[in-house]
Design a binder for this molecule. Structure first.
Ligand code: NAD
Length: 271
């Protein structure tokens, strides 16, 4: 049996960080080899397993990312863009793979990640769920198969605390639909409707947003034609799916050449 992949989790006290510690601890193909936080975090010095609610695992949360990254095979990062870029540079130096779930990455951050990806495999995905990754591929395929007599509408629902709309995943689904039709999403997107909107233009891709309760994330893509309608839906009921996807991505990087990868690559959905 191959030796266990040594995983390091940065931002280990965050909502996702704790889930990643739990997920890495439960997967028999990997071992949690290190965990870090911001130097000013109260979590520094505490046992990562205790923070994650799985009991003591003998891995203390450190504040020295460079030292931690130097002795792991793969780093999982769900933190913030600036921190992610710094961690990626350290991983490139140390020869560790990076799995990045951090969202809100600007072009300048992506440029820095591409630089790191010249040296190590870097997987970046704003949604690490296997189900959503598959949904994106299916949406692209359906959009490519059907012509624009089928109207594409995308709606999503998230918990009441979410501050941005539409969700990054809804936009990603829009991009997948636009790619299937060979059009630019910005040119055809209708982000919201109100008042006298006029008839729906052919080729438009519409978005609708619902907010409320504790909904983790629901997304539906509708292809509405004359006489029939196809609806593709994904519902996340736990954030654990994102952590599971990230650990799966980390295991997938083993033996891969340097490069920038997406979850579609991890799932084998790209030619
Ligand atoms: P959070 O605020 O609970 O956790 C972020 C953690 O990162 C915090 O504990 C913070 O102290 C830590 N951090 C920040 N800077 C750091 C640094 N320099 N070194 C070490 N640690 C540092 O947020 P969260 O809900 O866990 O989300 C984190 C990120 O993951 C966000 O960008 C969020 O949008 C994204 N996210 C992505 C997916 C996905 O599937 N890709 C799913 C959920 C959340």
């Amino acid at each position: 049996m191959a030796r266990k992949l040594k995983i390091g989790v940065v931002g280990a006290a965050g909502r996702m960080g704790r889930m990643l510690v739990r997920q890495a601890g439960e997967n028999r193909d990997c071992a949690l080899a290190g965990a870090t936080e911001r130097p000013d975090s109260e979590a520094v010095g505490q046992d990562a397993g205790m923070l994650a609610g799985i009991g003591e695992i003998g891995v203390a949360v450190g504040d020295d990312a460079a030292a931690m990254i130097a002795h792991v095979d793969a780093v999982i990062d769900f933190t913030a863009p600036g921190a992610t870029v710094a961690h990626a540079a350290l991983a490139a130096q140390a020869g560790a793979a990076m799995v990045i779930g951090t969202t809100g990455l600007a072009d300048s951050h992506m440029e820095a990640l591409r630089r790191a990806a010249r040296h190590v495999p870097v997987v970046v995905a704003p949604n690490m769920s296997a189900g959503v990754t598959l949904l994106m591929a299916l949406v692209e395929q359906v959009a490519r198969t059907l012509d624009d007599t089928y109207d594409i509408e995308i709606f999503e629902m998230h918990h009441r605390h979410k501050v941005d709309a539409p969700s990054g995943t809804a936009l990603g689904l829009g991009r997948a639909a636009a790619a299937g039709r060979d059009v630019d999403l910005d040119a055809v997107a209708r982000m919201a409707r109100e008042g006298h909107t006029g008839a729906r233009p052919r080729g438009e891709i519409g978005f609708a947003t619902l907010r409320g309760g504790d909904v983790v994330g629901d997304h539906t893509v509708v292809f509405a034609g004359d006489g029939e309608r196809i609806e593709l839906t994904h519902k996340a009921s736990s954030r654990q799916v994102f952590a599971a996807g990230a650990v799966r991505a980390a295991l997938w990087t083993r033996g891969k050449p340097p490069g920038l990868y997406a979850m579609r690559d991890v799932l084998g959905l790209k030619a």
